[in-house]
Design a protein around this ligand. Structure first.
Ligand code: NCD
Ligand code: ZN
Length: 335
């Protein structure tokens, strides 16, 4: 059996920089494009730095035909800064992190009330706002506690394209249905795992990410929404590589590395659930419609020939362990 996907997009991707980027970027090259996260050290806040980072990504991608949608780290930009960003080739939107909420987010926003004028201008300029929606509360409640912030933003800025990044709860899906100006991304792992898979038995550092995987009913609701073709739910892998030594450590870094196996695993999930007709929308159609994207025309064919997931990807002293390391996925990309 085969499926052909048209211009698959990863709407939330961490490519890092330097040797790690050179290792992981080509592993996303079956996608036609991706929204690239700005949480480098230091974060990508200036359009000039964004352009230079984009050029480094192109070099790391080699000959792959790949459209990169660049983001800038939200820092309550001025009107002038917004205008410059909007005019910079490759710019897609701003990524807002609550200060200190995840990897390299220390320079994020600590009081959203201070950001009102920037958000109003972004609404007027039709610039998307991508949000890491977690509070600083108890880890299992962080997303739920942030939903009131999303609600306030959705009401206050009805024309702002507001994307709830990597949602993990059934409650976030309910909110998504309440406001037409909300859209959301969901990762591969949050369609599959719960907190039990991370910490219910022996601790699995390679499944630890922010937001943390939640309860079975949350996972099931997310999976059903994807399989039912929710029109404002998009695939965003949040593939977040960290060096193996930083994951298998007494202070495990948050992030699951899924880029190389995301398409095969999605094909497996959608075929197993008789929902293959919904995969194109989830992987590209919804994003193109919501964000008016025209990615490079690229087709990717997947077939039900198993993929052996490597135990690690290595190059130039870098080593990163993927989800399903050493296991088999029943689908693979046909090259
Ligand atoms: C991401 C990272 O490592 O950059 N980590 C993660 O657990 N998802 C940051 C993020 O998106 O929160
Ligand atoms: Zn992320």
């Amino acid at each position: 059996m085969e499926i052909t996907l048209h211009s698959p997009l990863d709407m939330h991707l961490h490519l890092r920089d330097g040797d790690m980027m050179n290792l992981v970027a080509p592993l996303s090259s079956d996608f036609a494009g991706a929204v690239i996260m700005p949480n480098l050290v230091p974060p990508v806040t200036a359009p000039g730095a964004m352009v230079a980072y984009g050029e480094r990504i192109d070099a790391a991608m080699g000959h792959a035909d790949f459209t990169r949608y660049m983001t800038l780290f939200f820092t309550k930009q001025t009107e002038q800064q917004l205008l410059i960003a909007k005019d910079t080739p490759g710019f897609f939107g701003f990524k807002l992190y609550p200060a200190g909420i995840t990897t390299n987010s220390e320079g994020g926003v600590s009081n959203l009330a201070d950001a009102e004028s920037t958000l109003k201008m972004m609404e007027e300029m039709d610039i998307p706002l991508l949000v890491h929606g977690e509070s600083h509360g108890f880890v299992m409640d962080r997303e739920a506690e942030f939903l009131s912030v999303y609600r306030t933003l959705a009401q206050k800025y009805p024309k702002l394209r507001l994307c709830m990044e990597h949602i993990t709860t059934a409650a976030a899906l309910e909110l998504l249905d309440e406001y037409e100006n909300l859209c959301a991304t969901v990762t591969l792992q949050h369609l599959i795992i719960t907190l039990d898979d991370v910490a219910g038995g022996a601790l699995k550092p390679h499944l630890f990410c922010k937001p943390i995987a939640k309860r079975p009913n949350d996972r099931d609701a997310l999976l059903q929404a994807a399989l039912n073709g929710h029109p404002r739910l998009m695939f965003g892998s949040d593939s977040a590589p960290h060096p193996r030594c930083n994951k298998e450590s007494c202070g495990c870094a948050a992030g699951v590395f899924t880029a190389p196996l995301a398409l095969p695993k999605l094909a497996e999930i959608f075929t197993r659930n008789n929902a293959i007709d919904k995969l194109q929308g989830f992987i590209s159609g919804n994003a193109c419609r919501i964000h008016k994207l025209t990615p490079t025309a690229k087709t990717v064919t997947l077939h039900d020939t198993p993929m052996a997931v490597p135990t690690a990807y290595r190059s130039n002293g870098q080593e990163v362990v993927p989800m399903y390391a050493g296991e088999e996925i029943s689908w693979s990309v046909k090259h």
